[in-house]
Write a protein that binds this ligand. Structure first.
Ligand SMILES: Nc1ncnc2c1ncn2[C@@H]1O[C@H](COP(=O)(O)OP(=O)(O)OP(=O)(O)O)[C@@H](O)[C@H]1O
Ligand SMILES: [Mg+2]
Length: 264
């Protein structure tokens, strides 16, 4: 669905932020990880057409992002911004979530239905009249997720969805992601929470200083201790524990390790 070829970018001449990125995305759920400043948000903004490459191209289906209008792109790709305050601009919760679908000219009744469903999923259905700026940071983030989900695009990018979330918020985000998976959407998630990556994503890409240094099955990626170290990324606690216990396998969940211990 997305093909990125030889993509390079810099904000200022001479300081390269992304260099020569080649990636293809199908509908498997993908996590993008890497330390602060690695270029993850920049990459997401490029996919959404908000920044233009100085080299290379991005194809979404057969459309070149650079030659596609923001309105056309909005029909196929949604981006939840890292900072909710960069996204929120309406004065009540319902209007905020309705804006996207209405802007895509989705039928009014369907737009309302989509919006209410999305708000229900993130637990904000009883806050329709509230001013988004009066919500907590975690609620603002959930609101931004609902706004993008309501647009029903085939591709959804979440930039740090679990930021500021407690256990309940994370569970809601997990169920949103699972539901998008069921609908066969392409979900790409930029995230620092390695436990969440291990439990929810089939594929993981590691960015380091604007380059892809690992890309593959999440279990394989978390087995690459040395390369991860180079990117200043720590594998999930459970993966590290399994290794300390002397196992050869890479564990992604507590259940996997418990099962292994039970059998041995
Ligand atoms: N608007 C901008 N102008 C100039 N430099 C920028 C701009 N936005 C980001 N940068 C720089 O580009 C690099 C990559 O930033 P980016 O926000 O893409 O990283 P990130 O991987 O998303 O980091 P984080 O995990 O902290 O969100 C950083 O060095 C950052 O300082
Ligand atoms: Mg970022």
């Amino acid at each position: 669905m997305i093909k990125v070829s030889n993509l390079s970018f810099s904000y200022q001449e001479g300081s390269s932020i992304l260099s020569n990125i080649n990636l293809e995305f199908d509908r498997s759920h993908t996590a993008i990880i890497g330390q602060n400043g690695a270029g993850k948000t920049t990459f997401a903004k490029m996919l959404k057409g908000l920044l233009k490459p100085y080299q290379g191209e991005i194809l979404i289906g057969s459309q070149n992002v650079q030659n596609t209008t923001a309105a056309e792109l909005a029909k196929v790709i949604g981006l939840v911004f890292q900072n909710p305050n960069d996204q929120i601009f309406k004065s009540n919760v319902l209007d905020e979530v309705l804006f996207g679908p209405l802007n895509l000219r989705i039928d009014k009744d369907i737009a309302k239905l989509n919006a209410m469903k999305a708000l229900e999923m993130v637990g904000l259905r009883d806050k329709l009249d509230m001013n988004p700026h009066d919500l907590s940071l975690s609620e603002k983030k959930l609101l931004c997720i609902a706004s993008v989900v309501a647009m029903d695009t085939d591709i959804i990018i979440l930039d740090e969805p679990t930021i500021a979330q407690d256990h309940k918020g994370k569970e809601m985000i997990r169920s949103v992601i699972q539901s998008l998976k069921k609908q066969k959407k392409l979900v790409m998630t930029i995230i620092h929470d390695m436990e969440f990556v291990a439990e929810n994503f089939d594929r993981t890409i590691v960015l380091n200083e604007g380059k892809v240094i690992l890309d593959g099955d999440t279990r394989h990626v978390f087995s690459q201790k040395d390369i991860l170290k180079q990117a200043h990324v720590e594998p999930p606690g459970i993966t590290q524990l399994g290794e300390k216990l002397g196992y050869q396998e890479t564990f992604l969940t507590v259940e996997e390790l418990v099962e292994k211990q039970r059998k041995s």
